[in-house]
Write a protein that binds this ligand. Structure first.
Ligand code: FES
Length: 83
């Protein structure tokens, strides 16, 4: 494996310089970042940090993927379903 990658649920996803996590995931075909309690997919929506629809788990906390810059080797995971 060459180039820079983030890890999405343990799987490598390449990214470009200056790219956000939401952009890299979407470009790689990841269109669901988690599920709402009613089962709807959560993913990129507003792209400007306002809707919270793109929250992912990073470094033990939830953060907006559309605002989070990619760094090589950073590990991210889906947001857990909250009942
Ligand atoms: S897509 Fe709306 S906060 Fe990220």
């Amino acid at each position: 494996m060459s180039g820079r990658h983030i890890l999405w649920n343990g799987a490598p996803v390449p990214f470009r310089a200056g790219e956000t996590v939401a952009s890299a995931l979407t470009r790689a075909g990841v269109l669901c970042f988690g599920q709402a309690p009613q089962g709807q997919a959560r993913a990129l929506f507003c792209g400007i940090g306002q809707c919270q629809n793109c929250l992912v788990r990073f470094d033990g906390r939830l953060t907006e993927a559309c605002l989070l810059p990619c760094h090589d080797g950073m590990a991210l995971a889906e947001r857990e379903v909250q009942q």
